[in-house]
Write a protein that binds this ligand. Structure first.
Ligand SMILES: [Zn+2]
Length: 170
């Protein structure tokens, strides 16, 4: 049995966030450069999320790689910032924890390559409830796309790191 692409089943981190009062959403001001000290830390403190929303890698595991994993962390806008700006959505909605997940750099990179194809629903503008539905659909869409790209790269990875041959004996 080869390595699994991920044992991380589709689980939207938002389902584990504290119950959000949609009338009090606030922008975390993600234009700041120091996300680990500012909005990334704020996101972690408010939600307890400690792993990549897409592949499940932990950023804080207590093993020798933990600092390297932590450095691979980024913050992802599920509904992309550009799309939200294009639709004139209130920044207190699209830049709130509702629309933010922790994400590793490689998954973020996979997702960015697919940004143009995010399902487009202009009727959601400035209704937090409608935005929430849109954001959930977009997360599922991106989760699927990112999983497909990881699976493709896993095929290439096996040229670099061949699977152990279980028929070998010594
Ligand atoms: Zn990831």
């Amino acid at each position: 049995m080869g390595p699994q692409i991920s044992s991380h089943l589709l689980s939207d981190p938002l389902d584990h966030y504290p119950v959000l009062d949609l009338s009090k959403l606030k922008s975390l001001n993600t234009n700041q450069k120091t996300f680990r000290e500012s909005y990334g830390l704020e996101l972690y403190r408010q939600t307890g999320q400690t792993g990549c929303a897409y592949c499940g890698i932990s950023f804080v595991d207590s093993n020798s790689n933990n600092f390297t994993h932590w450095l691979m962390m980024s913050v992802d806008h599920v509904v992309p910032r550009k799309t939200a700006l294009l639709l004139s959505i209130d920044q207190n909605i699209w830049d709130s924890i509702l629309n933010l997940v922790l994400c590793c750099r490689s998954c973020n990179d996979y997702g960015n390559r697919d940004r143009q194809k995010v399902p487009y629903q202009p009727e959601v503008v400035n209704s937090p409830e409608a935005f929430l539905h849109w954001r959930r659909d977009t997360f599922r869409y991106r989760f699927q796309k990112i999983s497909e790209k990881r699976a493709h790269d896993l095929g290439t990875y096996q040229f670099w790191v061949p699977l152990p041959d279980s028929t070998d004996s010594d």
